[in-house]
Design a protein around this ligand. Structure first.
Ligand SMILES: Nc1ncnc2c1ncn2[C@@H]1O[C@H](COP(=O)(O)OP(=O)(O)OP(=O)(O)O)[C@@H](O)[C@H]1O
Length: 261
């Protein structure tokens, strides 16, 4: 397994708060990796450093062994690192098909003047994009709602539309920010299949997720952070039985500990 993304001792401070400190982990090509931790542990901050929103003030971020620390967000996206968001950001007056097709803009080869001229190369590219859009809608089980207004659909479906819009840009790594948030049990079970499907199509997955059903059932590797520092990493079985992880999630009950002593 070769390393696609490597975080090597990254850290960042906000004022006096060390939000992430000396964090290292690797995401291998073709893996599904989860970054978990209690509220405020620093997970979103790690995402923001990987995607170029924040610049780490310590350590390095490597992509295929090349240093990409401090690259601007658009450069990171062009490398093939893309993310989804917890909050839905669909175009309100567009259909599902149009919303997903809009995700192609990052990878089109067109110049604006070719679009105006209506050149054959532009028509070919439009047809190619329409095919790709249909294909991704099929893969995410959105075919039947392709022509419906995206924001009129149930929440779980809207989240799949967002995912489709991210995947159509052909990322090498997709970063999913709490993909199960707000989903019902049936939708969350379907999400597991969707994540496996993404990986099977050749895209590596890094996710932040609180839903342990998703984390424990789909991931190859789990990294646990608390107060910005890594406290454990390993597969689901290792993490489930790790005492530090259990304490971080449940909170140590000092009264009980004293009584037991
Ligand atoms: N822009 C910022 N300015 C100041 N403090 C920040 C900023 N962003 C994050 N923090 C702080 O950094 C710490 C980590 O926050 P972060 O949002 O990364 O945690 P999280 O693990 O994603 O939490 P949650 O699971 O609740 O989303 C918190 O103490 C937070 O208040």
């Amino acid at each position: 397994m070769s390393a696609l993304l490597e975080l090597a001792g990254i850290g960042i401070s906000f004022g006096g708060l060390r939000a992430v400190d000396d964090l290292s982990f690797t995401v291998g090509e073709g893996q599904i990796v989860a970054l978990i931790g209690p509220n405020g542990a620093g997970k979103t901050t790690v995402f923001n450093m990987i995607t170029g929103v924040y610049r780490p003030n310590g350590g390095k971020i490597l992509w295929y062994n090349h240093d990409i620390t401090g690259f601007a967000p658009h450069r990171i996206a062009r490398l093939g690192i893309m993310r989804t968001f917890q909050t839905i950001r669909l175009f309100s007056d567009m259909s599902v098909f149009e919303n997903v097709r809009a995700g192609c803009h990052l990878r089109t080869r067109q110049h604006w003047w070719q679009g105006l001229a209506g050149l054959p190369s532009q028509r070919r590219e439009e047809a190619e994009i329409a095919d790709r859009t249909s294909d991704i809608l099929k893969r995410l089980d959105l075919e039947t709602v392709a022509d419906e207004r995206a924001i009129a659909l149930p929440y779980g479906v809207q989240r799949r539309v967002e995912l489709a819009r991210t995947l159509i840009a052909n990322p090498k790594l997709v970063i999913l920010d709490e993909p199960a948030a707000g989903l019902n049990d049936r939708e969350s079970a379907k999400l597991n299949e969707t994540i496996f499907g993404i990986r099977d199509s050749g895209i590596t997955v890094l996710l932040v997720e609180h839903d342990m059903n998703v984390v424990m059932n789909v991931t190859d590797h789990i990294v646990v952070i608390n107060f910005g520092r890594k406290i454990a990493e390993g597969n689901a079985a290792t993490i489930r039985n790790n005492q530090q992880v259990i304490e971080a999630y449940l909170g140590r009950d000092d009264d009980e500990t004293e009584e037991a002593a």
